[in-house]
Design a binder for this molecule. Sequence first.
Ligand SMILES: [Zn+2]
Length: 235
Amino acid sequence: MGLADITVHVVDLDALAPDSVGTDTYAAASAAASTLDAAERERAGRLRSPVDRRRYIEAHRVLRRLLGDAVGVAPGDVRILRAACLACGGPHGKPQADGVEFSLSRSGAFAAIALGPVPCGVDIEERGAQEPAALAPLRDGVLAPGESGDDLLATWVRKEALLKATGEGLTRPMAEVSVAEAVRAGILRDLDLPVALAGRLVGAVAVTAPASWFTGAPPATGKVRALSSRPEGAS
Ligand SMILES: [Zn+2]
């Protein structure tokens, strides 16, 4: 399967394993975690909350299935590597899989996974009762000069997507990033979420190369697709 466009999947992690929601036996169920690699299992093991652990494992199982389909290997055989960190050169930079660029974001019960032929970044955040008051103190750190803070969470998510696409992550201040510039350059768009999720989640996806955004497809039909609350094939 060729990945001409950026594809984004939005997944309800609690819908994938309803029987195990709220139980602590899940992480111990090696069948669930067996397709994860040592680094993923180690990270899952460090999550104290059973709910977090289960959601982490589910997100990475779905990620591996999507990458496996794209690369043509079994989910457990997908090799996920980390590029060198742009700040320190350490092995914790942008993750990459064999020949496929991807980005994963988790918020609450949801995960968003972007796959494509060019480096991409996706970010989702659950809209919470704490917003926007909780975000207000971050305002100056998020907004570039002249930017509106009307929907600070949406701005946050767009910038996070841009910084994840380039691999800059936390190494570059958000206030240096211009959403308007990225939109003009055609490298950023908001996720077109299903109606049922639109009020609960905000999300954006970014790419590093505008020329590749619509590879093989005109703007009207290419771009973000396969948005679903459950991945295909989920039982
Ligand atoms: Zn580093």
